[in-house]
Design a protein around this ligand. Structure first.
Ligand SMILES: Cc1cc2nc3c(=O)[nH]c(=O)nc-3n(C[C@H](O)[C@H](O)[C@H](O)COP(=O)(O)OP(=O)(O)OC[C@H]3O[C@@H](n4cnc5c(N)ncnc54)[C@H](O)[C@@H]3O)c2cc1C
Length: 475
């Protein structure tokens, strides 16, 4: 039969059987988002080519050749019912997420948090992906966005190359998005050994007494602030090698950049003394540096808001000017790390497809979500929609009330002015209906109800989706 003789349903059948089986979905990047996207697409019957450049080419943070390698903390955040991170994880678990299954199988004791043995976790995911009959893993750096043959549809592609996308592909993405639509950097704060803090100067307190003695505070006089400020703005930074026009992640602005905005900027920002009276004087100091406990042993404290990219020697010299930190032992210096992410509100729609080419989509941290599970969540949706586009089915958005829906709505919201990466929080979720808000005035209770409400909508969405998918696969 000629294709022109087929009716619409036959055509769908034809498209499914011929294109889904023959046409390959390209997933670029075998990190947390890429493996989830590949898995979801493969489970729906599509053939997937998963490109991962490691170990041929390493990133500055990864250490192994394993897929889904976790580069820093092994925590997937709290799993406490009634929290936004729990809701996100639960949606993925109900959506048969490979990454969440591996997290469950390799979890380690961590109180209310879900933390994993990072080696077993990556190993298990690698094994599962390698064993999947529909997935081919190609270990090479992708330098161009696949365009396919002339006159044919461009290949269905998911770019999930993460915060450390290789340089060649970054340039290619920039060509696609426009060079003012890609951002590059993020910074982390220094940590000092608790026993190296001079507690005859520093004092324990939480701002306005909220939270017991959770923080160690280093008070500063006007003269001490003056010296510190001048040394900070004059200190030598690590030069930015690759890109001159840096766009910082505002809520993670390096302290020396913040200081350059004005002499008093820090006193109204990370060195704000409000609500922190020094017990020795009974008065609020002129400026104050807060240090937050980093681990259960309470033997390490991080300088809150002091992310920076000064040279290590300069950091030690300047930060030891802070009263109480004269002899500080640095367990970790502040650093800057690459965080490549696109200006998604201009580029993506809620299904994570690019607005100009529905066969091309992005997933993971490169979309401007922040965090392991957030990246997995966008991979999950991108994988499903990649198959739907192959099958000529309408793409789907996650329900408005869900955590995945909230993340996708945030990254694709054209109204956003100053786009910054985000973790999942209740602030992103659609508020509960007014009557429920009125009924549950207690915050904890309201959050619990909101999670249940969201999961109810999620279940309906998932059931509908799996039923439709099963029918398509049976046809
Ligand atoms: C230094 C650092 C510390 C971090 N700490 C934390 C933390 O503690 N907690 C947290 O939740 N998040 C943290 N993050 C963010 C974390 O990277 C993301 O949450 C998560 O790993 C993003 O998942 P992803 O799949 O988008 O990217 P990744 O997991 O980074 O995966 C991307 C993959 O793409 C590959 N790749 C890149 N370019 C190419 C190419 N051209 N061709 C083929 N393959 C390519 C990479 O090798 C990598 O395997 C940190 C990030 C960095 C850089």
């Amino acid at each position: 039969m000629h294709i022109g003789q087929l009716c619409r349903d036959d055509l769908r059948h034809f498209v499914y059987n011929h294109f889904v089986m023959d046409e390959v979905i390209n997933v670029i990047g075998g990190g947390l988002a890429g493996v989830e996207a590949a898995w979801q697409a493969a489970e729906m019957g599509a053939s997937v080519r998963l490109n991962e450049m490691r170990p041929v080419q390493q990133t500055p943070a990864h250490r192994t050749d394993k897929l889904a390698e976790i580069v820093c903390s092994n925590s997937l955040k709290t799993d406490e019912p009634g929290s936004a991170p729990y809701l996100l994880k639960e949606e993925l678990r109900r959506g048969r997420s490979l990454v969440m299954e591996a997290a469950e199988a390799t979890k380690v004791p961590a109180g209310a948090a879900l933390s994993v043995d990072r080696f077993k976790f990556a190993e298990l995911i690698t094994e599962r992906i390698e064993a999947h009959p529909n997935i081919e893993i190609v270990r090479e750096e992708v330098k161009e966005i696949p365009t396919g043959k002339q006159d044919a549809y461009p290949p269905v592609t998911i770019i999930a190359t993460g915060p450390l996308t290789s340089e060649a592909l970054t340039a290619e993405i920039m060509r696609f998005t426009g060079d003012d639509q890609l951002y590059f950097y993020d910074a982390i704060a220094p940590i000092v050994a608790a026993d190296s803090i001079d507690m005859s100067i520093a004092f324990k307190a939480a701002r306005y007494g909220k939270g017991g003695d959770d923080y160690i505070n280093c008070p500063m006089s006007p003269e001490q602030y003056d010296v510190f400020y001048n040394e900070l703005v004059a200190a030598k930074s690590v030069p930015l090698k690759r890109f001159e026009n840096t766009r910082w992640f505002e809520s993670c602005l390096p302290i020396e950049e913040a200081a350059r905005r004005g002499f008093d900027t820090l006193r109204y920002g990370p060195m704000k003394p409000r609500g922190l009276p020094d017990p020795k004087t009974g008065r609020e100091p002129w400026a104050c540096v807060q240090l937050r406990q980093e681990n259960l042993m309470a033997d390490a404290y991080g300088l809150v808001g002091f992310q920076n990219h000064l040279r290590y020697g300069e950091q030690a010299r300047v930060l030891r000017l802070i009263p109480g930190l004269e002899d500080a032992e640095f367990l970790q210096f502040g650093q800057i790390h690459r965080n490549t992410f696109i200006n998604s509100p201009k580029i993506l729609n809620e299904t994570l497809a690019t607005r100009t080419n529905p066969r091309l989509r992005f997933a993971g941290q490169i979309t401007g979500v922040e965090g392991y599970v957030e990246s997995v969540a966008t991979g999950w949706l991108a994988g499903i929609n990649a198959v739907r586009v192959l099958r000529d089915q309408p793409m789907i958005a996650a329900p408005q009330t869900s955590a995945i829906g909230a993340l996708c709505r945030y990254v694709s919201n054209v109204e956003t002015k100053n786009f910054q990466p985000v973790n999942i929080t209740f602030g992103l979720l659609e508020p509960l209906p007014v009557e429920l808000r009125k009924k549950h005035r207690n915050k904890r209770e309201r959050h619990m109800v909101q999670v249940q409400h969201a999961l109810g909508d999620w279940d309906a969405f998932i059931v509908d989706f799996y039923r439709g998918d099963a029918e398509t696969q049976r046809a």
